[in-house]
Design a protein around this ligand. Structure first.
Ligand SMILES: C[S@@+](CC[C@H](N)C(=O)[O-])C[C@H]1O[C@@H](n2cnc3c(N)ncnc32)[C@H](O)[C@@H]1O
Length: 223
């Protein structure tokens, strides 16, 4: 039984890797054909993050950010590099990280590390990051791997650092997607996994002004 589950898990990850290898390294590719919503997404994220950044007690510093499941660096380019001194990118698809090196342009010089690794295996450096941004990728991790990854992220935060998860949420339960080999969890399931990782949701918002036909997108700030 355990062997069968291990095989299923392997297939879940390798199918996703194959899927992303076929996707063009463009903003449209990152957003499944919804490239036109990128600006609304980034502006919503900026407003969300700015609530936490600044000087003074409890405020998150603008030092180093980590973009998880970064793809070509869509979020790094327009959200993280403008707000943080340095950024690291991690993604399982090497072709996307290769593209990021040109896509990010001159400002990309402030990227310190391009890391090609599945988040299920990724060990972020302890105490390195002010913000860890995890967008549109958690559905590619199994429940246990997501919990373990969030725990490692917690150890990778600097004092007053913040983890942000921004992702699709299902209306009820867990909805599998066989095309890209992922799942979409409802908010209750997601909050439960966050709690299992020893993290607290300190703020939560629904992204507004996205097309009606796509999943609702929620942003959760965790500490
Ligand atoms: C929907 S795209 C989102 C990209 C980026 N976060 C954005 O919003 O523009 C999903 C990204 O997750 C990456 N990915 C898929 N499975 C992954 C895994 N297990 N570990 C790390 N990255 C993964 C893909 O290569 C792809 O770049």
């Amino acid at each position: 039984m355990e062997d069968v589950l291990a095989e299923d898990e392997q297939a879940f990850y390798s199918k996703a890797e194959q899927y992303w290898k076929e996707v063009p390294p463009t903003v449209d590719g990152m957003l499944g054909g919804y490239g036109s919503i990128s600006s609304i997404d980034i502006n919503g994220s900026k407003k969300f993050l700015q609530k936490f950044l600044g000087e003074g007690k409890g405020k998150t510093r603008p030092g180093c950010a980590l973009d998880c499941g970064a793809g070509i660096g869509r979020i790094t380019k327009r959200l993280l590099l403008p707000l943080f001194r340095t950024v690291d990118l991690v993604d399982v698809t090497q072709e996307f990280l290769d593209k990021a090196r040109t896509y990010l342009g001159e400002e990309g010089k402030r990227v310190e590390n391009y890391i090609c690794c599945g988040l299920q295996d990724f060990q972020p450096q302890t105490g390195r990051y002010d913000v860890i941004w995890i967008q549109w990728v958690i559905g590619h991790l199994t429940d246990d791997h997501l919990v373990e990854f969030l725990r490692r992220c917690r150890s990778a935060l600097r004092p007053d650092g913040l983890i942000v998860v921004k992702d699709n949420v299902a209306y009820e339960g867990v909805v599998p997607d066989d095309v890209d080999s992922s799942v979409c969890r409802d908010l209750g399931v997601l909050r439960h996994l966050v709690a299992r990782a020893g993290l607290t949701v300190v703020h939560e918002e629904q992204q507004q002004n996205f097309p009606e036909e796509i999943y609702q997108v929620h942003t959760l700030a965790l500490r």
